[in-house]
Design a protein around this ligand. Structure first.
Ligand SMILES: Nc1ccn([C@@H]2O[C@H](COP(=O)(O)OP(=O)(O)OP(=O)(O)O)[C@@H](O)[C@H]2O)c(=O)n1
Ligand SMILES: C[C@](O)(CO)[C@H](O)COP(=O)(O)O
Length: 387
């Protein structure tokens, strides 16, 4: 297998990351979005570790670029990909580089083996680029209808990095008047350069549309051995004593009763246990940490505020609630007739299907504080899922 040559100091890498990623949906430009815990561009840079790099950036992204690529020369990009790359080549001209790899910042999963194959190919030709043969049938279509077949023989899907003799590709860029080329091979061909096709890699995808991120996460998880799905579990336990009153709140449902539950908030013991289970799964402590009982603003507060906060915290970390199970321990009131309403109420707050929420109850056979009807205890388990 080809290796990156030990003296690679004359091989420049241009990573172009000045685009705005308009097709990738809402949020920051795709090269700055998170992929497996760090920005996409940090992965791209890591793939070329050991080689000198120049990075093209959008002027608004300078601080972000300096943070993830300290010491890497930054060049402002242009209106198009081709202009951005030309700016980088011009900035690095005359600095002793003989070969250059030109790569999309939005392709974070390039392998060292592919990079080595491309560098080796430059011994045989002034240009080499990775590509995959088209394997699906190709159609021509119009207005949602198939109009004809397109022979796929000899058709390839182009990837980057694209590798060139430095002076040859710089001259090709200088000769280009439009600045609209899809890639550097197009310019190399226009300048008459012979371009070798090197086998590309399916994993070397370019992040273009929102769905590409999930694919890249899965590839990354496979490479690092991390599970593709992150599952977390937490449990919660709470107790509230009975006091004078004529109703209790349990799992978001008001139930008439000959006693009330004592608490700083509405004392919904079931919802508190569930909230703690979610915080537990996130390793975020318990309700008391987020809503201190010493804070008067939570006096008499409706407990859905606490549960909503826990669910939002989970969502903020990329988790959805997989399922929950709440057990209420009391002799009275009887829970069975209210269990379905409780599941509905919790599901509404969580924003999930009620079928993912279980509420059940047990007595403690008249034993202990719950058996003596001094209070109600609740236990809950929550499973959080990140895909
Ligand atoms: N003026 C530009 C436009 C694009 N690029 C870079 O070229 C690569 C491939 O382009 P593309 O996937 O089209 O990225 P964007 O232009 O950012 O995306 P979109 O077309 O969806 O806006 C990306 O790494 C992108 O940052 C660049 O450096 N300068
Ligand atoms: C250069 C490139 O990655 C080759 O496949 C691609 O052409 C650039 O992205 P775009 O989606 O065509 O702008």
């Amino acid at each position: 297998m080809p290796q990156i040559p030990p003296d690679a100091s004359t091989i420049l890498v241009v990573i172009t990351a000045a685009g705005r990623g308009t097709r990738a949906g809402d949020g920051p430009p795709k090269q700055w979005r998170d992929l497996g815990g760090k920005p996409v561009l940090a992965h791209t840079l890591a793939a070329f570790a050991g080689l000198p790099v120049v990075l093209t950036i959008h002027p608004e992204d300078r601080a972000l670029a300096e943070a993830i690529a300290p010491g890497v020369p930054l060049v402002e990009g242009g209106r198009t990909r081709a202009e951005s790359i030309r700016n980088a080549l011009e900035a690095m001209a005359g600095k002793g580089f003989t070969r250059v790899l030109i790569h999309d910042g939005a392709r974070p999963l390039t392998s060292p083996a592919l990079i080595a194959r491309l560098i080796a190919a430059l011994d045989e030709a002034p240009a080499a680029a990775p590509a995959l043969a088209v394997t699906d049938a190709l159609w021509r279509g119009r207005d949602g209808r198939v109009m004809g077949l397109q022979p796929r023989d000899g058709l390839f899907r182009a990837q980057t990095p694209q590798a060139f003799h430095f002076d040859a590709i710089l001259a090709a860029h200088r000769a280009d008047r439009q600045g609209t080329a899809a890639d550097d091979v197009e310019l190399a061909r226009a300048a008459g350069l012979d371009v070798l096709i090197v086998g590309g890699e399916e994993d070397n995808l370019k992040l273009t549309f929102p769905g590409d991120f999930a694919r890249a996460e899965a590839i990354l998880a496979r490479r690092t051995g991390a599970p593709a799905m992150d599952v977390r579990m937490g449990n919660g336990y709470d107790v509230h004593a009975f006091t004078e009153g004529d109703h209790v709140w349990l799992c978001g449902v008001k139930i008439a009763h000959d006693r009330g539950l004592l608490g700083h908030s509405d004392a919904d013991v079931g919802m508190h246990a569930l909230t703690d289970a979610i915080y537990g799964a996130l390793a975020m402590g318990d309700i008391g940490r987020h809503f201190p009982p010493s804070d008067p603003q939570w006096k008499g507060a409706a407990s859905h505020i606490f549960l909503s906060h826990a669910v939002k915290s989970a969502a903020g970390q990329g988790y959805r609630i997989g399922n929950c199970d709440v057990t209420l321990v009391c002799e009275r009131p009887k829970i069975g007739p209210h269990a379905a309403a409780m599941q509905e109420a919790l599901a509404r707050i969580i924003g999930c299907d009620p079928a993912r929420i279980s509420v059940k109850a047990t007595t403690s056979e008249r034993l202990g504080f719950t058996g003596r009807e001094e209070g109600i205890a609740a236990l809950a388990t929550a499973v959080l899922v990140k895909e």
